[in-house]
Ligand binder design. Structure first.
Ligand code: C2E
Ligand code: MG
Ligand code: MG
Ligand code: MG
Length: 281
């Protein structure tokens, strides 16, 4: 009986691994086609200064316009892109599209997510030169990295991060609170922003623990000279609590969803008109 079960277990397991491998290969092939056919597009989500209510920054969020399946989210394909060594090319595409936006948005700042593998491959170090070549200020760019990367002490990681900082590119810790939270890295690197993960914001108005965590993160960040961005803000109650807690910036569906570049430019222009017209409450 034990033998049969073992055999069953084995035969049950193998096909699913095969199916998974096949699926990855298929996704990999269509990723290569998508890159060739320009089906990747960066969307932009406004980041709002909570005190003024104005959209002063944005986050670039990658989308794949799939001819049959519609718009696909990064969760569906980033991991495969990393595995097959395509994340560098895709990341450069996001950067190039973002340069176009920045040229149309003087004074704006866009932050770009860099996955650990992309960061370690070093594919983004030439970004500094390209920004300078377009006569854009380095501060128009911010990069979002995760806590795990900061535990990596290899010179490439440390030097790239310090290089960004020295040039004036701002650095955010994404999904803060969900990773290792070793926090000693906060002393070693010059981090500009902590982004409080959406999972804490979701419970803000009804869960005392989430509220306490958000307040503590904001207080700590400010004492260490960092600013805080709350992600996934969906309700007016959350906005109000964050404002009271002294949070600096927020992004989320309450304000706007990620949108294509031209829609974002229109969004910025119309919100500037509202401010110019005196509607600043
Ligand atoms: P992230 O950097 O933490 O991005 C925030 C995610 O929350 C985005 O999901 C955004 O669309 C979503 N979001 C924003 N506001 C709300 C809200 O109010 N409610 C809810 N429920 N969700 C909200 P998205 O676009 O699916 O991206 C998922 C992750 O994929 C990102 O998480 C980031 O880690 C990664 N990613 C996105 N673009 C890129 C890229 O160009 N390069 C790399 N390496 N990773 C990327
Ligand atoms: Mg991010
Ligand atoms: Mg995030
Ligand atoms: Mg997140």
């Amino acid at each position: 009986a034990a033998k049969a079960a073992g055999r069953n277990g084995f035969s049950f397991f193998t096909p699913s691994l095969q199916v998974e491998a096949q699926r990855r290969q298929q996704v990999g092939n269509s990723l290569r086609h998508a890159l060739r056919d320009n089906h990747f597009e960066a969307y932009y989500q406004p980041i709002i200064a909570l005190d003024s209510g104005r959209a002063v920054k944005a986050e670039a969020l990658l989308r794949w316009r799939h001819p049959e399946q519609g718009v696909l989210l990064p969760g569906d394909f980033i991991a495969v892109a990393e595995e097959i060594g395509m994340i560098g090319d895709i990341g450069n595409l996001v950067f190039q599209q973002t340069l176009e936006l920045l040229e149309a948005w003087p004074g704006g700042q866009v932050s770009i997510n860099i996955s650990p593998r992309q960061f370690i491959s070093g594919d983004c170090r030439h970004w500094l030169q390209e920004i300078a070549a377009r006569q854009l200020p380095a501060g128009c760019l911010a990069v979002e990295i995760t806590e795990g990367l900061l535990l990596d002490e290899r010179p490439l990681v440390v030097n790239t991060l310090l290089g960004f900082h020295q040039a004036g590119v701002e650095v955010s810790i994404d999904d803060f609170g969900t990773g290792y939270s070793a926090m000693s890295y906060l002393k070693k690197f010059n981090i500009d922003y902590l982004k409080i993960d959406r999972s804490f914001i979701a419970g803000l108005a009804r869960d005392n623990t989430d509220h306490a965590i958000a307040e503590a993160v904001i207080a700590m960040a400010h004492k260490l000279g960092m600013r805080v961005i709350a992600e996934g803000v969906e309700t007016e109650a959350q906005r109000q609590l964050l404002l009271e807690a002294g949070c600096d910036y927020a992004q989320g569906y309450l304000f706007a969803r990620p949108m294509p570049r031209q829609d974002f430019i229109d969004f910025i222009r119309s919100s500037q008109c509202r401010v110019a017209a005196g509607g600043n409450d």
